[in-house]
Design a protein around this ligand. Structure first.
Ligand code: GMT
Length: 379
């Protein structure tokens, strides 16, 4: 099949998932055309059957902002015509589902029928999509999609409760490449960050307010009163300056490393003892799954879809959103008990096996197949 994938190219979860999906499809023999404004961060090397189409910019004195939606629609039309796409898969509703609708209407006027699948990832529904300035467009675009998928039951419920949806919504969980995300002992890295055998606690995110990184820092300050530990913060974003200031106020800077954006997060996860994810919202929590696959137990909030990925008391501890004191207490339960930590470690890896790429990619292939059959049936 020839599949167009529209996604954000950034380190955010929707872009990561879309890229891993494209790679997985290409490895199964499909031809995959990524359409984005930059090379997706996870697309780090040449992969046969994968093509990249960058959406350019257009400057004109009249425009305060380049007309990205029009440029993207035009690129989709061009790729669909010349690569002969069978199906288009857009990740994150805003603006991708809306632009997909426009592009497919343009194609239809040329007697080309291109079905499109929209995957809702989280904040496109739970945060940004809720804003009155966008909600009617989001609802319309979801309803115009040929197929709609979401990454958790929780996100399905929220979508149905917040919007008038006329379409069936398929839940297809996020997945992981279990070969790449596996614990590979790295004593050198461990010694570099924790030279005296300190425990290593990790958090990875885009440092947006919704991630509540400050709660991770507060919880860490409590943990380190009882257990020698280091906190590795990976990622970057708008909250970073505030969080850095908080570390100075709490006097914890010497034990906290800000590593910024990293490509090979699996190498770092492999040296972690615990993963902290205190998010206010999290439709799935791909970062938690990546940690689990590397044998790292999670202490997180009980937001959104996190309880569908993690099992409280087995692979993780779930705490109320913003309760960083409880997060610290639960973290200490694990960090002060090597046997408990070891059993959570192996439970975490075992649970992650349920979300293997091999299990999930066929579910998307089935959705594409249904789209294509619908088009054939209408001809
Ligand atoms: O806000 C983010 O965390 C990024 C966002 C995205 O769309 O790039 O992530 C969302 O999609 C991920 C992949 O499906 C999910 O694992 C995340 O839980 C979800 N983030 C939120 O719901 C906050």
């Amino acid at each position: 099949m020839r599949i167009g994938i529209v996604c954000y190219p950034t380190y955010g979860g929707s872009g990561v998932l879309a890229t891993e999906l494209g790679i997985g499809l290409a490895k199964k023999g499909h031809e995959v055309h990524f359409i984005s404004y930059k090379r997706p961060a996870r697309l780090t090397s040449y992969i046969s059957n994968v093509f990249l189409h960058e959406v350019g910019s257009y400057e004109y004195p009249l425009f305060e902002h380049p007309p990205y939606d029009s440029l993207l629609a035009s690129k989709i039309v061009d790729v669909a015509q010349h690569a002969n796409l069978d199906v288009l898969h857009v990740h994150y509703a805003i603006p991708h589902a809306t632009v997909a609708f426009l592009a497919t209407q343009i194609l239809q006027a040329q007697n080309i029928r291109l079905p499109f699948v929209t995957t809702l990832h989280g904040t496109d529904i739970t945060l940004v999509g809720l804003d009155k300035s966008l909600s009617s467009v989001v609802e319309f675009s979801i309803n115009k999609s040929d197929k709609v998928t979401v990454v958790s039951d929780s996100l399905k419920m929220q979508t149905l409760s917040q919007f008038k949806i006329e379409k069936k919504i398929n839940v297809i969980y996020n997945f992981i490449n279990l070969q790449r995300f596996d614990r590979k002992p790295n004593p050198e890295n461990r010694a570099a960050f924790a030279p005296n055998g300190e425990k290593i606690i990790m958090h990875i995110s885009n440092f947006r307010p919704v991630k509540r990184v400050d709660d991770a820092v507060r919880a860490f300050a409590e943990i380190r009163k009882k257990v020698p530990a280091k906190l590795l913060l990976i990622g970057d974003g708008p909250e970073r300056i505030k969080v850095e200031a908080m570390c100075r106020e709490l006097g914890t800077c010497s034990d906290i490393h800000f590593l910024g954006k990293q490509d090979a997060v699996e190498d770092l996860l492999s040296i972690a003892d615990l993963f902290l994810l205190p998010s206010a919202k999290e439709s799935f929590g791909l970062a938690a799954l990546e940690a689990m696959a590397c044998g790292v137990p999670v202490v997180s909030s009980n937001a959104g879809g996190l309880p569908e990925v993690n099992i409280d008391g087995e692979t993780c501890f779930l705490c109320d959103i913003s309760d960083w004191e409880a997060m610290a207490t639960k973290a200490l339960l694990l960090l002060e008990d090597e046997d408990l930590l070891a059993s959570f470690r192996s439970n975490a890896r075992n649970k992650a096996l349920e979300f293997s790429r091999d299990n999930i990619v066929p579910q998307y292939e089935q959705v594409y197949q249904q789209c294509v059959e619908k088009v054939v049936a209408k001809v």
